[in-house]
Ligand binder design. Structure first.
Ligand SMILES: [Zn+2]
Length: 380
């Protein structure tokens, strides 16, 4: 379908990110949402979804290490990014940040260049997430401790150079010199706490310096404790902050996820996905270590979790089935919230927003079709 054409999609139910519209249609013009209207009022050609299907905002995933048997750290190229995006599109992801975990400086430079090139050709690529290397050696998770380091002036120069696209940096605030968070934020980078042993006081100072996010809240950070509440308490009590949650039922107990949903900040679903998601091979290598999928989790030989075997549709489904959210509530965590964190006009079916849409079976929470900027992608 031509991206510039005007067309409409009718569905038994349209969820725009806020409200459910029954027997409605979404009018798309030039790759953007024009309006939501009653099916009877549509004057242009109308494509109807199967009976019972919902039309919902496309999912936005801030943390994608890999997919389709490709690991971004292994291949920081535009082609690798396209393969990863194609794998995740099948599960409703219409916008994502390829995520580079802690690696050598040359890898970071290659990742930055690859994302710039990929963004010119693939609208699903919204920017870049650098998870590390400025992390705590006490909370490396699967990151290579030998590559964790403090930022140099050259690092900051490279990170803050003007570029297109959204940029997220995950760091441990207690491991970076004073002024680093402010400098990144001033360059319009979203700074998230992650892989960190920051105390509550250090976290509050980082929030005051402009940190706005928390990467995979609960995982790889100082735990919640009675006399040292750490980053988790600071996140949950801060209105306007954002936290990524891995809702696979493995990384975080459902009871802790429900606690996060009662916090004052804004929860967002992330997959932290690894190459087996949308791929065919159930093993891969990460920083020289063999990782395999066992019981729906990616683990090293010693059982350390190494990212997730999770796609966005499954994360939404888990929010409904494990956490008791309504489907609209779960969908917001996968679309409205991450898009708002990045400040992008995606993640809603509202006038002027990019026409990133998912046709969904609401019972099974399975993706039937996707559109990115008004272009149907299921047939590609
Ligand atoms: Zn991580």
């Amino acid at each position: 379908m031509n991206a510039s054409a005007q067309f409409a999609i009718a569905a038994d139910c349209v969820f725009d990110g806020e409200t459910l519209h029954h027997h409605a249609a979404v009018l798309v013009d030039g790759g953007r949402i024009a309006k939501i209207m009653s099916q009877a009022d549509i004057g242009v050609s109308l494509a109807a979804l199967p009976q019972g299907s919902w039309l919902v905002p496309g999912f936005v995933d801030l943390q994608v290490n890999g997919g389709g048997d490709v690991l971004f750290n292994d291949a920081p190229t535009a082609e690798a990014i396209f393969a990863i995006a194609a794998a995740h599109r099948k599960f409703g992801t219409t916008g994502l940040l390829p995520t580079l975990i802690t690696d050598h400086p040359e890898k970071t430079a290659a990742a930055i260049a690859a994302v710039q090139e990929a963004m010119r050709r693939e609208p699903a690529i919204l920017g870049l997430h650098l998870e590390g290397p400025f992390l705590s050696r006490e909370k490396p998770g699967v990151h290579d401790v030998a590559r964790i380091r403090a930022p140099t002036p050259a690092d900051l120069e490279a990170l803050t150079a003007p570029r297109r696209g959204a940029r997220v940096v995950t760091l441990a605030p207690e491991q970076v010199p004073a002024g680093v968070i402010e400098r990144l934020v001033a360059a319009d980078i979203r700074v998230c706490l992650g892989h960190s042993m920051a105390t509550y006081a250090q976290t509050r100072a980082a929030l005051a310096a402009g940190l706005t996010g928390f990467t995979h809240l609960f995982n790889a950070m100082r735990p919640l404790e009675s006399r040292e509440p750490g980053p988790i308490a600071a996140a949950l009590e801060t209105p306007g902050c954002w936290y990524g949650l891995i809702a696979d039922g493995v990384h975080v107990d459902p009871a802790m996820l429900r606690l996060a949903l009662r916090g004052l900040g804004n929860p967002m679903l992330v997959t932290d996905a690894m190459p087996p998601v949308g791929g065919s091979r159930m093993t891969f290598r990460l920083c020289g270590r063999e990782i395999s999928v066992r019981e729906d989790r990616c683990v090293t030989d010693d059982g350390t979790l190494a990212g997730a075997f999770l796609d966005m549709a499954s994360a939404v489904r888990n929010c409904v089935r494990l956490l008791g959210l309504s489907l609209p509530q779960a969908l917001r965590l996968a679309s409205v919230n991450p898009a708002a964190f990045l400040g992008l006009e995606v993640g809603r079916l509202a006038p002027g927003y990019r026409a990133d849409m998912v046709a969904l079976d609401p019972e099974k929470v399975e993706v039937q079709k996707t559109w990115i900027a008004g272009v149907e992608t299921s047939d590609e």
